[in-house]
Design a protein around this ligand. Structure first.
Ligand code: C2E
Ligand code: MG
Ligand code: MG
Ligand code: MG
Length: 281
């Protein structure tokens, strides 16, 4: 019976698979053109000081305005971009645009910084340093105004040369955040080796705080304390509700990001929130 069921499942799956394979190939071909044809766009999401509500930073999040499918989120195209290596060109574009944006914000809010996500594939490339230093220089930005966000899984794939590269970037003044902290495999050992400046506590923990989840609470508390011992800044990710805000504040997290403070938005929308930010630093 199991065999028959397996066969039936196979049969019903096949047409779908073929269809998705075609659209996948199409999507890859489209993605190859997307960077050159200016179809990528960027949104920025504020990262706020939890005590004052002041915007400290903004994270650059890429979107793709596909000519037929509309605006696609990263989940829809970044896996393809990573498989094909196109992610390197995309991240390069993002880094440049983000630095340019930060330079304009800093005219009004001199201490505001910008954060970009760096894919594993990019981390493995020696030219990452040239890309990053080139972008900050072109924008006239001090290196401390740029944070690179890396996930633990991206770091696992990395070798000594990745750690070396990160140290060089850190020595230049670039900030380094460990993104989605707590969801990877090697959080604790890597903390000792990565020259990080901050930890971003994953939304999966934060979102459980207002359900009175004592384990989630203990996890966020533990990460916050650990970060303190390592002299790392902490950002609570994905804060959506008043109760979550209250919880992360009570735990002692100093910075937050999430819909509670602002959704990712186009640059012009973010500008009013940024004017005057950082002035009281
Ligand atoms: P991430 O770096 O952890 O970014 C945070 C994600 O959480 C974003 O999703 C953001 O829109 C979403 N988010 C923020 N606050 C809330 C909230 O309160 N509630 C909920 N439900 N979601 C919230 P997004 O923009 O879809 O990006 C997903 C992931 O794609 C990012 O996760 C990052 O890993 C990756 N990504 C985005 N842009 C880039 C990029 O330019 N380059 C690379 N390599 N990866 C990127
Ligand atoms: Mg991120
Ligand atoms: Mg994250
Ligand atoms: Mg994430």
């Amino acid at each position: 019976a199991a065999k028959a069921a397996g066969k039936a499942a196979y049969r019903t799956c096949t047409p779908e698979l073929r269809e998705s394979a075609v659209s996948r190939a199409e999507l890859i071909a489209d993605l190859r053109r997307a960077v050159d044809e200016g179809q990528l766009l960027m949104e920025f999401q504020p990262i706020v000081d939890l005590d004052t509500g002041v915007v400290r930073s903004a994270e650059a999040l890429v979107r793709w305005r596909h000519p037929r499918l509309g605006v696609l989120t990263p989940a829809r195209f970044l896996p393809l971009a990573e498989e094909t290596g196109l992610i390197v060109a995309i991240d390069r574009w993002v880094i440049h645009e983000a630095c340019r944006a930060a330079a304009t914000w800093r005219a009004n809010a001199p201490e505001v910084t910008v954060a970009v996500n760096i894919a594993a594939a990019h981390l493995c490339r020696p030219d990452l340093i040239a890309t990053v230093t080139g972008a900050v220089a072109a924008a006239g930005l001090p290196p401390r105004a740029l944070t690179l966000e890396l996930t633990e899984s991206a770091l696992i794939e990395g070798s000594e040369s990745v750690l070396d590269r990160l140290s060089q970037l850190r020595d230049l003044g670039i900030r380094i955040a460990i993104d989605d902290f707590g969801t990877g495999y090697s959080s604790l050992s890597y903390l000792h080796r990565i020259p990080a400046t901050e930890l971003k506590i994953d939304r999966s923990f934060v979102s459980r705080l207002d359900a009175g989840d004592t384990r989630a609470y203990a996890t966020v508390e533990m990460v916050n304390r650990l970060a303190g011992a390592f002299d790392l800044a902490v950002v609570a990710e994905g804060v959506e509700t008043v109760a979550q805000h209250a919880a992360v504040t009570a735990i002692g997290c100093r910075q937050g990001q999430g819909w509670r403070y602002g959704r990712p938005t186009a640059l012009p929308d973010l500008l009013p929130a940024l004017s005057g930010a950082g002035a009281d630093r």
